[in-house]
Design a protein around this ligand. Structure first.
Ligand code: PLP
Ligand code: COI
Length: 342
């Protein structure tokens, strides 16, 4: 119970911290069980479970924010429910209903309410749902039993620099996802595939890898843990690709950009077009907007610069402020994006 006294909310990084409860539902005989609260951080898993051998695992990431009014707001959880269904469908796992997902998210946030960081800290509660195939099986087939679990952890910025621009890198020797593969699903295998290039990038001082399309290596796909956008003049430009995750943050920014009078272009972006962007950023639940200072294309020996003064560009900053204001409840939720935890 001492956690509240010992957490320094303002210096939180993006990581795991034990909280009071997680919530679980089990799929057996073709149905999901009623959600169960659990205090253990461990799973009792069969060694032949399909998640361990054949990667039957999908996850989600969303956040809850404490407003100035003390209320806790969960951002766009329905979208995450729908995407989890899509991910489960993509790797032949049982899909939880939107209602079950929402019920479990609300329950786990409510039960861990003391871990939702205070408004002033700028931190938030990260919510991590995951589904795994659990029954014992050695042949390559989808499981018939699944565990759906949601835990939460208070977090600060994903990139330690927060809203300060950081450099990213194109490494042409690695792909994250194939065009007709699982790139549009949020499944563990995609992240395993990104670890090696990610490690190389970090060792070289970059905050993330910017992936190109695997087929032609001509177009921008996305950043390791986030979507990509560029700003040129009055346009918000973001990749259309068959191998990137449909980001809920990006979808929200597109709507906000349009409302701010920007023109939105969602289309294939040739790498060289980077030289025409005045601003560039990574966007995602964990990343929020992480401005990009520079992109080095190692194979081509080219550098694209976006921020010479170490500051984010004005449009990225406006978008960031607008999104955060809705998430924290500083601005009215006119799109119905926010669920207040009662
Ligand atoms: N792309 C990848 C590969 C991600 O892991 C994430 C994080 O969820 C995103 C994009 C951003 O998606 P969202 O904005 O829904 O968090
Ligand atoms: C998120 O933004 O929620 C992510 O999942 C990114 C990363 C932590 C995988």
């Amino acid at each position: 119970m001492s956690a509240m006294n010992t957490i320094d909310w303002s210096t939180l990084s993006f990581g795991y911290m034990k909280t009071d409860y997680n919530v679980r539902s089990y799929y057996r005989d073709g149905k999901w069980s009623a959600p169960e609260l659990e205090t253990s951080e461990y799973l009792n898993l069969h060694m032949a479970a399909t998640c361990l051998h054949y990667g039957q695992e999908a996850f989600e990431g969303l956040k809850a924010f404490r407003g100035k009014d003390g209320k806790v707001r969960i951002f766009r959880m329905r979208e995450n429910a729908l995407r989890l269904q899509s991910s489960c469908g993509g790797i032949m796992m049982a899909q939880p209903s939107v209602e079950l997902f929402e019920e479990m998210v609300k329950l786990v946030v409510k039960k861990n309410e003391r871990f939702v960081p205070p408004y002033e800290s700028g931190a938030s509660l990260y919510i991590r749902p995951l589904i795994i195939g659990t029954n014992a099986q050695v042949g390559v087939r989808p499981a018939i039993e699944y565990t759906f679990l949601i835990f939460v952890t208070p977090v600060g910025p994903y990139f330690k620099e927060g809203f300060k621009p950081t450099p990213m890198v194109i490494i042409r020797e690695y792909d994250r996802a194939a065009p007709l593969g699982t790139g549009t699903f949020k499944v563990g295998g995609n992240y395993a595939a990104s670890l090696k290039a990610g490690q190389i990038a970090h060792e070289k001082g970059y905050s993330a890898v910017l992936y190109l399309d695997a087929r032609e290596k001509r177009y921008i796909d996305e950043c390791g843990p986030a979507n990509f956008f560029g700003i040129r003049g009055n346009s918000y430009i973001t990749p259309k690709s068959e191998s990137i995750l449909p980001s809920i943050t990006n979808k929200s920014l597109i709507q906000l950009a349009e409302e701010m009078g920007l023109t939105v272009e969602r289309r294939p972006i040739p790498v060289e077009e980077l030289s025409t962007f005045e601003e560039a950023g990574a966007c995602g639940t964990a990343a929020v907007i992480s401005p990009i200072s520079r992109i080095d294309d190692l194979g081509e020996n080219r550098t694209y610069e976006f921020s010479k003064d170490g500051k984010a560009g004005p449009i990225s900053e406006r978008l960031y402020n607008k999104l955060r204001a809705i998430q924290y409840g500083d601005e009215p939720d006119k799109y119905g994006w926010v669920t207040i935890v009662e």
